[in-house]
Design a protein around this ligand. Structure first.
Ligand SMILES: Cc1cc2nc3c(=O)[nH]c(=O)nc-3n(C[C@H](O)[C@H](O)[C@H](O)COP(=O)(O)OP(=O)(O)OC[C@H]3O[C@@H](n4cnc5c(N)ncnc54)[C@H](O)[C@@H]3O)c2cc1C
Length: 427
């Protein structure tokens, strides 16, 4: 192994992957005065970052520490020590102090004022240029070289056959979601070669698949539901998670923000139980209790059932509920018997749906699972198994909801990995 590296160029820190976490890692390493090489398989760095937030880049979320962690359901707590060193407010400060103005939108989501992710990427690249960071592009890393006896990292070998030595190697190659941006899951094999465990990978932030009859018959395709409460249920009828956002019926199942947020939990449930489907329910009127609904309907008892329901939901949803309850939507509300009223209210407050899976990981926004966090030092992002090996970004078993939480996690872990990798490379 050492022979392989004989004539290779030496850097203090090599960052494998020039995406959100890798660029931030390289900046933070270079700021410590060490020489840094960033290797990416693409011709240009930051491809996914450019696509992010609908090409506007939802760069972080201005919220409390607790809320931030709550919105990172995949091991958010692992980030506590890292956030003590660099948090969402530091991300805002990082960009604003470099002349990039940010603005806050709904739910604390932060975007560049330009509405262009290119602004964010340009700021990162400018900083890297100022610190003379070297880039090697369009040449994927094929192998990370380890001294397995000494348990330390030695360097990397690229597909073109070039080798580079370094005291520290940071793996920032992302997960498996959106592979056309370069994230084809290469990091898992690099981590495994160092002895790391890769937890079960699953798609998150992804639309759900369903065989519910109206999905198969495509009668509800395109119907949106605004501000509904979607709950995922476990095998004991206990709620796993609930989200109050929009959703939409599609030709294959369900999508929209509330569904995307539930998707990782649905996939984990299906994986854990091997059940054929996961049960979810939709509260179509989270703001109105059953009693309020009943009272409001009673006040309009001469009107048609459909007319009353249309006040609370789209017409096609109202018709679907009438079909499920087996009542004629054209009938006056007053003609319904007690049992029918109760069933109607039940369907409005907890309309049952099922999902048997989701679109594949490649179609998801984020990868669930990854390098087991208990094998990584949360203060430094260094491997507990291989000296000089660091992890950051989506390659780790960390995943957040949409809303700026994933780029936040990438920037936070990247910052910490970069700093400690630089300090580590001195030793
Ligand atoms: C369409 C879309 C929109 C998104 N929008 C948002 C958003 O607005 N806000 C948010 O918080 N999150 C968003 N996310 C998620 C977020 O972009 C990612 O979680 C984040 O970029 C992960 O950062 P990373 O550094 O781990 O990986 P990436 O940013 O994907 O970078 C990984 C890099 O590694 C390179 N690479 C891979 N393998 C190799 C190899 N063998 N050798 C060399 N290089 C390699 C890749 O080419 C890539 O450049 C979005 C995701 C998608 C798909």
């Amino acid at each position: 192994m050492t022979n392989q590296l004989k004539n290779s160029k030496r850097y203090d820190v090599i960052v494998v992957g020039g995406g959100s976490s890798g660029l931030m890692a390289a900046i933070n390493a270079a700021q410590q005065g060490v020489n840094v090489l960033v290797i990416d398989k693409n011709r240009k760095p930051g491809r996914k970052l450019l696509l992010s937030g609908g090409t506007r880049c939802n760069v972080t979320n201005r919220t409390t520490r607790e809320d931030l962690i709550k919105h990172i359901p995949g091991n958010g707590k692992f980030l506590y020590s890292a956030l003590n060193q660099f948090d969402q407010e530091d991300i805002v400060e990082f960009f604003e102090s470099r002349g990039v103005e940010l603005k806050e939108e709904d739910h604390g989501r932060m975007f560049p004022v330009t509405d262009k992710s290119q602004t964010i990427l340009d700021a990162l690249l400018k900083e890297l240029e100022q610190h003379d960071v070297t880039f090697k592009l369009h040449d994927p890393v094929d192998k990370v070289l380890y001294d397995l006896d000494e348990k330390k990292v030695l360097g990397v070998k690229t597909k073109s056959g070039e080798t580079f030595q370094a005291g520290s190697v940071i793996l920032a190659v992302g997960g498996k979601a959106y592979p056309k941006t370069g994230t084809t899951g290469d990091g898992y094999k690099f981590a495994k070669a160092a002895g790391h465990t890769i937890t079960q990978l699953y798609p998150t932030e992804v639309p759900l698949l369903s065989d519910d009859i109206y999905i198969k018959e495509r009668t509800m395709q395109g119907v949106p539901l605004r501000d509904v409460n979607v709950t995922v249920w476990d095998e004991n009828g206990k709620p796993i998670v609930e989200h109050n956002l929009d959703m939409i019926f599609t030709h294959f199942g369900y999508s929209g923000p509330a569904i995307l947020r539930c998707s990782g939990h649905v996939n984990q449930y299906l994986e854990r139980t091997h059940a054929p489907v996961c049960h979810l329910s939709i509260d179509l009127t989270p703001e109105l209790s059953q009693e309020t609904l009943k009272a409001q309907a009673e006040n309009q008892r001469d009107k048609q059932v459909l007319t009353i329901l249309k006040q609370w939901m789209p017409e096609r949803m109202a018709e679907l509920i009438c079909t499920q309850v087996k009542i004629d939507p054209a009938n006056p509300y007053k003609q319904m018997i007690h049992g029918q009223v109760d069933a109607l209210m039940q369907y409005i407050k907890a309309f049952p749906i099922t999902a048997h899976g989701s679109k594949p990981i490649e179609k998801g926004y984020v990868t669930g699972g990854g390098v087991a966090t208990n094998e990584v030092n949360p203060k430094t992002m260094e491997s507990k198994l291989m000296h000089g090996l660091y992890f950051c970004g989506e390659l780790l078993d960390i995943n957040g909801y949409t809303g700026g939480y994933n780029i936040t996690s990438a920037f936070v872990t990247g910052t910490i990995a970069g700093r400690y990798a630089a300090w580590g490379s001195f030793g």
